[in-house]
Structure formats: structure tokens, C-alpha cells
Ligand binder design. Sequence first.
Ligand code: NDP
Length: 424
Amino acid sequence: MPPPAHGYEFGGPLGAFAISLSAPATTYALYFICSEDGCPSSSFLRDPVGNIASKWPGLSVAFDWDVTKHYFLWYLALVAMYFVLPGKTGEGVVLSNGKRLKYKFNGYASMLTVWGYCGFMTFREGFGWPLWAYLWDNQLQLMTGALVFSITLAFYCYISSFFTGEILANNTGNFFYDWFLGRPLNPRIGRLDLKVFSELRPGMILWPILNFASLAHQYNTHGKITDSMILVNFFHLWYVYDALHNEPAVLTTMDVTTDGFGFMLSFGDLMWLPFNYSIQCRYLAMHPFELGPLGVAGVLAVQGLGYWIFREANREKHDFRTDPNDPRLAHIKYMETKSGSRLMITGWWGIARHINYMGDWIMAWAWCLPTGYRGPFSYFYVVYFAILLLHRERRDEAKCKLKYGADWKRYTGLVPSRIVPGIY
Ligand code: NDP
């Protein structure tokens, strides 16, 4: 079977197989290894596999028909909002067939509808509103529901891509590799773009809701809400709010322009992101921690710095790609390339080739520091995210080398740092 032009990614079919098993297993493991009784201790680390295996309650507990049904209804409710709620229409980047797809931007309205409803009910009924306890008590079963949905979605996209004649992102002929990386680039059901929809809505909107369930649990079991819990809730809420407020910006990200929609993204969007990104709040719900005024100030400074770099760099690139002649970008120098696309060589993108990743990673610290330091568990996100960004930068570099050829070499000569200016 022919590998793609830039070679197999993620270790090829074997790597795809290994990640398909280990990523869900890691999500379950993260759920189990930290409980009210304590989080990983040195004895746990001596035999992690044995310890986790001993906590696995069996599929009959981890899977529940009703909860899975609720997860499917959650996804469908958001689909209904996509069609019913108003929103502007925009176009994606130019595709290899010269066309541009249309997208409806009402993720922001969907988010406000869901969060507004939850906020109103909590205002009326307090932290005793049954949804909060339901989400806390059934998190394991919800995770399984999300996993079942993401597997189903990946199969649907893989199979339908043989009949729809759409543009393919991966077509090696190896079932596992194509199913994992995603065969179709932009799978759609009617006007609904499954990739862009899944990328920003079911998992992203759920993530702060799970955080809030942790906040309610902390209040209901410990009788207080710590400053650290408020900060992490606020940071995550802001990140998601920002992503949906800037919804069109997703159209120029690598996930949308380059990657296929298969198990990697459907699982990442629906299971990995909401359940693993919310573990700091889950941890704080079980093991409260007060930062104090100095700690709060320090963490806010880290978050502010990271967010500023992240948002401004992403905004600059999005504006430039949407309209290179935008008068707001008149101060930016760029180089012409044979591919027809210009590359910015000053501004944020002249400082490092992925300065936006650095901002995002700085924010990752602000999301973990509020947990204090009582073991490595609550720092999972910082470590995992560093690995993701390092690997993602290499993938993007390979893609750009292929697209820009000698021009990319010229660009890397002008902007030598990959992520951290002057260091990496
Ligand atoms: P980027 O936004 O970093 O975009 C990379 C693309 O930008 C390149 O492929 C190239 O595409 C274009 N580009 C590169 N250099 C230049 C330049 N000098 N001038 C103009 N265009 C340039 O892609 P990502 O999707 O990786 O990241 C988007 C954001 O999402 C980041 O902030 C990242 O941190 C975040 N993210 C967060 C995740 C999370 O789980 N929290 C996961 C993944 C990403 P082309 O030239 O073809 O247009």
C-alpha cells in the first residue's frame, strides 16, 4: 500500500493501532488513579498497570445504556441547535479542487444557550441541581458513551467517503491507518460539516460543564469553593468562550485544512478533550487547595501572558490568511512564495514559527499551578500538551516543507526558532 507523500505519520498503521487502544485506556486510567482516598503515590508508580487494572470495575459498570443514550442525545441536541439557531455564513480555505466550502457559525449561540440554561438552573436550584450530581456520579459511563459515539462517527466517515466523492485526506488503502487518521477531509451530512462541528461543540462546550460539576461537588462535600477551583473554572471557560467567539478561526487550523476526520479527531474531540482536560477541577473537587492572594496574582499573570501571545498570534495569522491586504496588517512584512501563499516574516510569526504554541503552553501552566504541588497527577496536562505541541510542530513543518519547498528553507533561515524564541 502506498504511504502518503510525506510518509506515514503517528508510526504508521501499527502506531495508529497502538494509539487507538492506549489513548482511551489512558483516559480511563486518569479517571481511576486519583480518587477521594488519594492520588498516585510512590507505591502506585511501582506498579501502575496492576494498580489501574485492580480499579477497573468491569464493562458492565463502565458502560450504561441510559447514560450512553444521554450522550447521543447531547450530540443530537447540539446538531439541532446548529440548524435552528441563527448564525452568519462564511467560507473555508480554497480546497484542492479550487472550491471553498460554506460554514454556518452559530457555535457561540449554542454555547450561550447551553451555558445560559445551566447557569439559570443553578441560580434557581443551587449546587443541588441534579445535573451536577449526575455528571459527577456518571462520569465514567459518560466517557464510555463518548467513546462509543466517536468510534461510530469514525466508521461512518470512513465508509461514507467511498460513496460521496469528497476530497480525501488519507487514502493509503490500509484500513486501520485511514480509519484512524481519517479518510475524508470534510465529511458532511447535508450542510452539517461533521469535523468542524465536532471540533468545537460537543466536547468543547461539555468541558467547562464537567468542571462546574466538580465545583458543585467540592461545595457539596467540603462546604466551600476554593480560589484555585474558581480560577481553573474561569480559565477553561474563557478558553472555550474564546474559541467559540472566534469560531471562523478554526477554518485555518491544521485539523481543518489538512487532517482527515477519523478516530484520532473524533476521539480527541469527544472523549479525550472534555474528560482529560477537566482533571484539574476533578482533582481539586476531591483535594481542595487554597492559593491565597499572592498565588492567585501569580497564576493570573501567567495566564494573562500566555493568553496574550496565543490570541494575538492566532488572530494575526487568521486575518492574514483571510485577507492578506487587511489594512490592520499593513505593518507586517511578508515573503512571496511559488505556491502563491505569502508567509509573514515580521510580527508574531517573525518571532518564532509557532509562537502561538508557546502562548498556549504557558496557559497550560496557569491551569495546573492552582492545584499546588502534591504529586504529578494534576500536572498531566502540562506534560501531555508539551508532547502534543512538539509533535504537532514537526508535522506542520513537514507539511509546509512539502507545500513551500525552497521557499520554506528561506523562511526558516529568516525565522530560525520553532516555538520558543532563541531557545527552540
Ligand atoms: P497553526 O495555527 O499554528 O497554523 C499552522 C499553519 O499556519 C501552517 O501550516 C501554515 O499554513 C500557516 N503558516 C505558518 N507560518 C506562517 C507564516 N509565517 N505566515 C502565514 N501563515 C503561516 O496551526 P494549529 O492548528 O496547529 O494551531 C492553532 C492553535 O490551536 C494553536 O494556538 C494551538 O496551540 C492550538 N491547539 C490547541 C490544542 C489543544 O488541545 N488545546 C490542540 C491543537 C492546537 P498555510 O501556509 O498552508 O496556510
